[in-house]
Design a protein around this ligand. Structure first.
Ligand code: PLP
Length: 367
């Protein structure tokens, strides 16, 4: 029987790689509350992104990070937060958790993300408390364009770059600006700490408020605001530190796999990829767009032992708990949601498995 090829095989640092960090925790007998390992992880990440350590904060997970960032920028409770429906459900969940009403807007066909110029032209921005731009599957987002949108309209912007751990560092236009960027450190991401979320902003006041919110509303400054517990423990920070130490090797493997898929897929008719896929950045996915609805191809691949995943399901607005929220017509979202799915992609994928995926995909697309 042929082996199934999983869609993803996450791999965090091994027990041996973690041991030196765990010994430090044992020695210090300090397990959470902004310990030495968390601070060191934030320093390593700040170096990686070329910003001061005060611009970086690591918290419990990406969803909490998005929600706290919305509160930190002062998004007015009860108002609308413009969110693409073409995203993972967590983006909208974070807006809801920040006491905002997600309102779904369509993405641009050429970029698969929100277009700041299209949003500027809207005549219903009065009750918009915030915009959440979302990186499609780890692609770079133009930070300066969103900072400019925010300056022009007075509407704060949060950038959900959950899978863009690499692009934010590697691609010039995606480098951190004032609008807070969130990067997930979930186990499935290119670099993971198990659970974890990273927020970066060059706005010190926003970072201060963000830290305050994630620490029960109290931080260095006197006084309290409303907040909760978003802290990351020393154990998750240990995993994060070991993962950062192994990043150059991991990135190299992901880049080789990305390039292999790009060249093999480029000769299959009717296949599209995430715009700019792999142009100087890597992520944890290889998503493709088929010419027509992908349901039959997905089923054929499954029966040939190739696991795939619609990572963003069929768009958030079509999910039960979110159908109650307002939305624009979502033509591009629905077009993409019907056609896009992820192929098997993980850093130690074998060449023979890539060959099998490409071969079976070719067969599945032939009808
Ligand atoms: C686009 C997007 N936003 C937010 C999140 C939430 O991140 P986390 O799982 O760290 O809460 C994810 C998680 O995969 C995601 O893909």
């Amino acid at each position: 029987m042929t082996e199934r090829i999983p869609v993803m095989r996450p791999q965090l640092p091994t027990a041996d790689e973690l041991l030196p960090y765990l010994r430090r925790i044992d020695e210090a007998r300090y397990y959470s509350n902004h310990g030495a390992l968390l601070r060191e992880l934030e320093e390593r990440l700040a170096e990686f992104y070329g910003v001061p350590a005060s611009n970086v904060s690591v918290v419990a997970n990406g969803t909490v990070a998005l929600s706290a960032a919305l509160l930190a920028v002062g998004a007015k409770p009860g108002s609308r937060c413009l969110v693409p429906s073409w995203t993972f459900v967590a983006s909208a969940a974070a807006a809801w958790a920040a006491n905002l009403r997600p309102y779904f807007v369509d993405v641009d066909e050429a970029t698969w993300m929100l277009d700041p110029d299209a949003l500027r032209r809207r005549n219903d921005l009065d009750d918009v408390a915030a915009v959440m731009a979302v990186s499609p599957f780890g692609a770079p987002v133009d930070t300066a364009a969103w900072d400019a949108f925010s300056d022009d309209t007075g509407i704060p912007v949060i950038i959900d770059c959950a899978a863009a751990f690499d692009a934010v560092a590697s691609v010039e236009k995606a480098k951190p600006g004032r609008s807070p960027i969130m990067i997930s450190l979930h186990a499935t991401k290119a670099l993971g700490s198990g659970e974890g979320g990273l927020v970066i902003s060059t706005d010190e006041r926003v970072m201060e408020r963000f830290n305050q919110i994630c620490n029960f509303g109290v931080w260095h400054a006197p006084g309290q605001i409303l907040g909760y517990n978003g802290k990351q423990s020393e154990y998750h920070s240990a995993v994060g530190l070991a993962a950062v130490a192994g990043w150059p090797k991991r990135r190299h493997a992901l880049e080789a796999l990305t390039n292999e898929y790009k060249s093999r897929l480029s000769i299959i008719d009717g296949i599209g990829m995430v715009p700019g896929y792999g142009n100087g950045w890597v992520s944890c996915y290889c998503n493709i767009r088929t010419a027509g609805d992908a349901t039959a191809s997905i089923a054929k691949l499954a029966s040939a032992g190739i696991d795939t995943r619609r990572w963003w399901q069929k768009g958030v607005h079509r999910q039960e708990a979110y159908s109650r929220f307002g939305r624009d017509p979502l033509r591009v979202t629905e077009y993409l949601a019907d056609r896009v799915f992820g192929l098997p992609f993980f850093h130690d994928m074998r060449e023979q498995d890539v060959n099998r995926v490409i071969e079976e995909l070719g067969t599945a697309l032939q009808g």
